[in-house]
Design a protein around this ligand. Sequence first.
Ligand SMILES: *[C@@H]1O[C@H](CO)[C@@H](O)[C@H](O)[C@H]1NC(C)=O
Ligand SMILES: *[C@@H]1O[C@H](CO)[C@@H](O)[C@H](O)[C@H]1NC(C)=O
Length: 228
Amino acid sequence: MEKILVWMIHCSLAVSGIIGQTDMNDDVFTFNKISDDSYVRLIPSQNGPFHELSLCLRFKAILKKRLIVFSLATEDVPNSFRIMLFPQSHEQVTLTMSKILPIRLHRANFNEWTGMCVGWSSYTGDVALWVNQDFYQSKNFNKLPVTGVPYIIIGQEQDLYGGGFNELQCFQGDIADINMWNKSLSNEEMIDFINYDNITGNVITWRALKFNARGSVTINTAPCLPID
Ligand SMILES: *[C@@H]1O[C@H](CO)[C@@H](O)[C@H](O)[C@H]1NC(C)=O
Ligand SMILES: *[C@@H]1O[C@H](CO)[C@@H](O)[C@H](O)[C@H]1NC(C)=O
């Protein structure tokens, strides 16, 4: 079933510092400007090793050459699980784990609301990616588990564990509905997320988010999500 998304932004809240556990339903993080110091740290409910991971989120970006969507660093590996967008390039999405997987999309319009899910298993090494209704996959990509304590940031790309930011790679725009799981989601579950079904992650839970925001980030409320 197709649902039309209407965001009616009625309030905006500047955030800074540590916030407890928040139900972010109907909220979005807005990164207002290009910077090297605005970001949100997401606190996961469990640490590695992760033998499987899935991540789903929605975003609407102000386009630039390079945009970080999700940056998970471990002490040993800064780009342990990273999603970058290259809107001007043919290979518009790259997933980086122990190596880089560039993915050329059939179509992309990152300056409109885009739903994205990535599922990965170290047992097969396989990656599945959904971008809106389009499916992509790569077999045998990465068989190394993600170990240690993850440092998870949106808005900036980590070249170091918890730092090493560069405004050329920052995200500008809105991000919402971030959920992460310690398992490889099925295609049906990822499609459910894309279609706005109410599924929530068990490592990062948008409906009970622990986060710490810094710099020029606001929380905007979209009370009419979704509208049938
Ligand atoms: C969505 O899921 C959350 C968490 O499981 C639950 O608390 C909430 O009631 C659900 N909302 C709807 C509309 O089903
Ligand atoms: C995934 O997390 C749940 C807690 O949410 C835990 O019970 C389960 O054992 C974890 N699975 C793996 C494979 O670590």
